[in-house]
Design a protein around this ligand. Structure first.
Ligand code: ZN
Length: 446
C-alpha cells in the first residue's frame, strides 16, 4: 500500500516535471516569437527617440525651405499655416479628451539656403543657415518640420535619439501634418501591410494612421503609443491581438515595397509598374498594369496621370493624349469598345469642345461637341456620301443647315428632329426648285 503510494507520487512528480519543462520551453518559444513580432517592434517606439511623449508644452520648429530656389508664394504660406494650426488644434483637443494636457506652439523659420532637394545635404544647409538651430541635434521633445514648396510624399524620420523630423510638402492637408507628427512620438502606420490594414479597418477604422484625412482621428492604439494612455485599451487591444501572429520582418518587407525608389520593375499593391518610383510614388515616365486589366503608360506626377499618356481599359477601349491631374483634359483620341473614335478636345474626361467622331458604319462628324454629343455647329457625313452641315441639338439635326443627298439634291433651310421643317429651299439635281414651308420632311407649299 505504502509502496504503491510512493510509486504513484513519484510518477506524478515526474509527470509534473515533464509538464513544467514543456511549459518553460513553450514560454521561451512564445517569448522569442513575441520579440520578433511586429506588435513588439512597434510597441518599442513608445517613449523612445528624441521625441518621447506627446504631452505638456511642446515647441514645433517649422522650417520653410525654398525648394530649388523657388520663392514661397503667399498662397503656399497660407496653406502651411492653416494646415499646421488646424493639426495642432486637433491634437490638443484629442489629448484633452484623454485627460492629457498638451500645448504645441509652432515657431517658424525661413531659410534662403540653397535647397536642391534631390541632393544630399540640403537639410544640413538649412539648419546651418539658422543660428537658433545650432543645437537642434540635442533637443528632446522638440519636433522639427521641414516644409518644402514643391509636391512630394511626406514622411517622418523617426527612431533616432538625435533630431526626429518630418518632411512636409505643400498642398497636403492638416491630417497629414498630424499623421507625421504622431509618427515622431511613436505612432505606427496601418496602411501598407494588407493584414495590418484589414485589422485596422476592423478595429480602428477612423485612424489618422490608416488614412490621413482631415477628419480622421487619433485612435486608441496611437493614443497609447504617443503616451496618452498607460495601456493599449479596447479596440487597440483587439487590433493587437488580430495582428499578433505577424513577424516584424514581414511587415518591414511590406514597408520597403511601399517606399521603394528607382527605375525598373516594381510589384505594387494592385499591379505591376515599370518605370520610375520615388519613395513608392510614381513620378516620371512609367507603365502601370493593374490586375483589373487596365493599364496606363505615359507621364506621371506624384501618382497621377499628368502630361501625355495612353490609358487602356479592360474591354480594349483606350484614350491616348493629354492628361491633367488624373483627368483626360486637353487634346486626345478615344477609341470606344464599339469602335467609335473621337479625336478632339477633352475636359475632365468629357468629350467637350471641338472634335471629330468616326462611327463603325463609316459615317463621321466634325464640329462642336458637348459631353460626347453633337451639339452646336458641325458637319455629318453618311457612308453613302450624303452630308449635312449646320446646327445640332444633342445629337439631333435641328436648326439651320444644308443637307446634300447622295442623289445630288440639296436642301437649305430649317430642320427639326432630323427632318426638313420650317422655311427652306430644295434644289433638285434635275434643276427644279421648291421654296416654301416644310413640315416633318414634307413640302407644304409656298
Ligand atoms: Zn506614416
Amino acid at each position: 500500500m505504502k509502496k504503491s503510494l510512493l510509486r504513484t507520487s513519484l510518477l506524478l512528480m515526474t509527470l509534473l516535471l515533464l509538464v513544467s519543462s514543456a511549459a518553460a520551453e513553450f514560454d521561451a518559444l512564445a517569448a522569442l516569437r513575441y520579440r520578433t513580432s511586429y506588435v513588439y517592434a512597434f510597441s518599442q517606439g513608445r517613449d523612445k527617440g528624441s521625441c518621447r511623449m506627446l504631452r505638456g508644452d511642446i515647441e514645433l520648429t517649422v522650417i520653410l525651405i525654398s525648394a530649388d530656389g523657388q520663392p514661397w508664394t503667399v498662397q503656399d504660406l497660407g496653406n502651411v499655416n492653416r494646415s499646421v494650426d488646424k493639426a495642432l488644434a486637433t491634437l490638443e483637443r484629442e489629448a484633452s479628451d484623454y485627460g492629457v494636457a498638451l500645448s504645441i506652439t509652432p515657431v517658424y523659420y525661413r531659410t534662403t539656403a540653397p535647397a536642391d532637394v534631390d541632393t544630399q545635404g540640403w537639410r544640413e544647409n538649412a539648419i546651418a543657415s539658422i543660428p537658433e538651430l545650432a543645437d537642434v541635434q540635442s533637443w528632446t521633445n522638440r519636433p522639427v518640420l521641414f516644409c518644402l514648396n514643391t509636391p512630394g510624399r511626406c514622411f517622418a524620420r523617426t527612431g533616432s535619439e538625435s533630431m526626429e523630423y518630418v518632411i512636409y510638402y505643400v498642398d497636403y492637408d492638416p491630417g497629414t501634418v498630424r499623421h507625421e507628427l504622431l509618427h515622431l512620438f511613436g505612432a505606427e502606420d496601418f496602411y501598407f501591410h494588407e493584414e495590418v490594414e484589414a485589422a485596422a479597418i476592423r478595429h480602428l477604422p477612423r485612424s489618422v494612421m490608416l488614412n490621413s484625412d482631415t477628419n480622421a482621428e487619433t485612435d486608441p492604439l496611437t493614443a497609447y503609443l504617443v503616451g496618452w494612455t498607460e495601456e493599449p485599451e479596447g479596440a487597440a487591444a483587439s487590433f493587437m491581438a488580430d495582428i499578433s501572429h505577424l513577424t516584424n520582418e514581414s511587415v518591414e518587407t511590406a514597408r520597403e515595397i511601399d517606399q521603394q525608389s528607382g527605375t525598373g520593375t516594381f510589384k505594387l499593391e494592385s499591379g505591376m509598374y515599370y518605370g520610375t518610383l520615388e519613395m513608392g510614388v510614381r513620378n516620371g515616365l512609367g507603365l502601370y498594369q493593374w490586375e483589373s486589366g487596365m493599364s496606363y503608360v505615359g507621364d506621371w506626377t506624384w501618382n497621377t496621370f499628368d502630361g501625355r499618356g495612353t490609358l487602356t481599359w479592360a474591354d480594349g477601349s483606350y484614350y491616348t493624349g493629354e492628361f491633367d491631374d488624373d483627368n483626360r483634359t486637353g487634346k486626345g483620341t478615344y477609341v470606344g469598345p464599339d469602335g467609335t473614335v473621337y479625336t478632339g478636345d477633352f475636359i475632365n474626361g468629357r468629350q467637350t469642345g471641338r472634335g471629330t467622331l468616326t462611327f463603325p458604319d463609316g459615317s463621321s462628324y466634325t464640329g462642336d461637341i458637348s459631353d460626347g454629343k453633337r451639339n452646336g455647329k458641325g458637319t455629318f457625313t453618311w457612308s453613302d456620301g450624303s452630308s449635312y452641315t449646320g446646327e445640332f441639338v444633342r445629337d439631333v439635326i435641328s436648326g439651320m443647315g444644308m443637307m446634300t443627298f447622295s442623289n445630288g439634291d440639296t436642301y437649305i433651310g430649317q430642320f427639326k428632329d432630323g427632318a426638313m421643317h420650317g422655311t427652306g429651299t430644295m434644289y433638285y439635281s434635275d434643276g427644279t426648285v421648291k421654296n416654301g414651308k416644310w413640315e416633318n420632311g414634307i413640302f407644304l407649299g409656298e
